[in-house]
Structure formats: structure tokens, C-alpha cells
Design a protein around this ligand. Sequence first.
Ligand SMILES: Cc1ncc(COP(=O)(O)O)c(C=O)c1O
Length: 399
Amino acid sequence: MLSNKNMKAQEVFDVYSDCIMPTYAKFPLVFVKGKGGYLWDVQGKKYLDFFPGWGAGNLGHCHPKVMSAVRDQVSKLIFIPNNYYNLPQAKLAKEINFWADGKFKVFFCNSGAEANEAALKFSRRFGKGRYEIITFENSFHGRTFGALSATGQKKYQEGFSPLLQGFKYAGFNDIGQVKSLISEKTVGIMLELVQGEGGINIADKDFVFSLRQVCDEKNLLLIIDEVQTGIGRTGKMFCYQDYGVMPDIVTLAKALGGGLPIGITMIKKEIADILSPGTHASTFGGGPLICKAALAVLKAIQKEKILANVRKMGGYLQEKLESLKVKYPGIIKEVRGLGLIWGVELNKEGKPVVEECIKRGLLINCTQNRVLRLMPVLNVGKKEIDKAIAVLDDALKGG
Ligand SMILES: Cc1ncc(COP(=O)(O)O)c(C=O)c1O
């Protein structure tokens, strides 16, 4: 048995290589403590986390309100399945609807992929024989078979054929192509409003408005995947609220749980009852413990005026990134983002820059090989942004 106390990083790496499936690319870092926007590794080194939990850490590590909600619920009832009622689930469904103008019924599950699977299964029932869904190039919807088939990136699909039938991929922001792909079998259009994994590509407002129009004309479902953009990341509770369109289905996960696993499929009330008892289920979905944590997240967002901070600090981060672009015109091709999700597209590989940042105590991500992805905690302040920009500046200087 390994003793927790004296375990060295190398011993942890050895156990991983012996006993854990190698499905993740990893940095050689073992983290043991987190607080707000900071993490500490096993050697005691402190890191500023500008990519907390792959988008799951909107409120930062170990938010005190989430911790006390979990502590409270753990002592009462950890889990009760869905053939009974539980209070935190009811409260959470109501709270979600408070933020979504009372328009949705929700299905609870445990992850983003599962939330998208529920959306896809629902679409099949809604379609009554129509089953095709148009998704987009460079999209990312998860790793389960339905979500993977919806994902418009071949690299994730290689070796897993045959995939689920019925997906057609259009160019992002290309309404002409979307229209040309619609057939009598089409039942829906599914997209992220900011493609996160795809390189921080932002949907045009006109494009999304046109998608809504097409969906209305042809009786198609507009499905918005907010697994990464939801829960305040872009400055509204849900990113679709920035676009002034009402989706038929919204999927959520990541940040809603405050670090614990949750997924939600929100379906417009008028059509929600298509999935009747027995048609879909998840054993752990909507258990009292996770719902209590999610309720604490939503309350903290309101109480701590997080959405206003996202808009303010988002503007500040943009300004700072734009000035780096001016400083390094040969290295930085483009800076793009919304709220507190930002991409810095480089003219070269991003991995060495990420590694330089890590050495200097800053955690960021790189996607699509060349796009640095920055998604700080939503309660970030100017001090942390200045620090991150100084590190990034140094790392770029080195290149
Ligand atoms: C937009 C989007 N949808 C779905 C998923 C899948 O979520 P999960 O990893 O929780 O299954 C992700 C994960 O990164 C995502 O970014």
C-alpha cells in the first residue's frame, strides 16, 4: 500500500503507468490542494489556474459555499434514486428555471456527454421517423457514441466506426450550407455558441438568428450545447441569452456542480413530455448531494455578482491579450473570445508556450495545436489577470 503522506510524484506516475488506462495526455504535476483560482502541487509549489477543471471550475477550487452545502447534505442524505422524490432536485430544477424564464423541464444526469445523449434520444422521439441532426465542423459534444458522432472532428472518431447514423456537418457560421443539408429526415440543429475545444470560434448573432428562423419554418429542434459556455462563463447565466434566441433544448454540465459531476438536459416545456416514464434514465442523475452543490453554485453566482465580474474582467483580459498581440505580431495571429473564455491563436505550436507557462506557475490549455485557451475562475480579479499576462508575456518572449 502506498502511504498518502510520503508519496512522491514519481511514485504516483509509476502507479498510473501500471494501473490506469493511458487515455489522457498529462503534464507531470500532482495536485493536492486548491483554493479559489490557485492550486498547490505535491511539492508545495503554487500555481495560478487559468483553466480550472476544463471549464468545470467557474467558481474556483473548493468554494466555501459549495463545501458547506456538501457537508450539510452529506450528513442528511447522500443519495436517493429517481423512483422517489428529493428536495434538492426540486429546488435545483426551480432555480435553473428561474434563470431560464421558466421555459424548461430538465432531465438530470452526470456529464456533458450524457446530457447530449439525452438530447439526441429526445430528438428521435420528437422526430417520429425524422432523425438527422446537423452539427458543425470543429464542434465537440463528448465521447459517448451519440455525442462522438455529433462531434464534427474526424480525429476523435478514428477507430470507432461504425458511428451513430444521421449526422451531417456544416461549416460554422455558414447558414447557406446548413440550409442545403436539410432534408425531409432532418429533426434538429445542434451547436455550441462558442466552440471551445474547436478553437474558441464564436457563432455570429445573425447566423444563430437565422438558425432559429429555419428551425421554426421546418419544425426542427434548435439544440444548444452549453456544457462549456453555461453557468456564467460568457457573462450571462446561459450564453444563448446573449444571442436573443430561445433554444428548444439546452445541455449543461461542467461548472454547474462546483467540482462535482452533473449533467442537465433542459427541454422546452411545450414538448418535454415526449419522454414518458421508462423512456430514459440515469441512476445517479439528480441525487440530493450533487443538487445541493449545484444550488450553492447558482446562489453564489447571484450573491457574489459573478456575472457582472465576468463582463468587467472579460473586457480587462481582452484588453491585455490584445496588447500582447500588438507586442508579438509575428507570434499571435488572433485573439478572440467572449466573457471569460478566450483563445489566443498563434502562428506556431502552442504546447511549448503552455509548458513555459507551467514552469512559471500558470496553468493554461492549448487546443487545435495553436490556440491557447484561457478560462480563469469567474471571480478572478485584475491582480490575477495581470499576473497571468506577465507570465504569458515571458513565455512568448522565450519563443
Ligand atoms: C461543448 C462540450 N460538450 C460536451 C462535452 C463533454 O462533456 P463531458 O466531458 O462532461 O462528457 C464537453 C467537454 O469538454 C464540451 O466542451
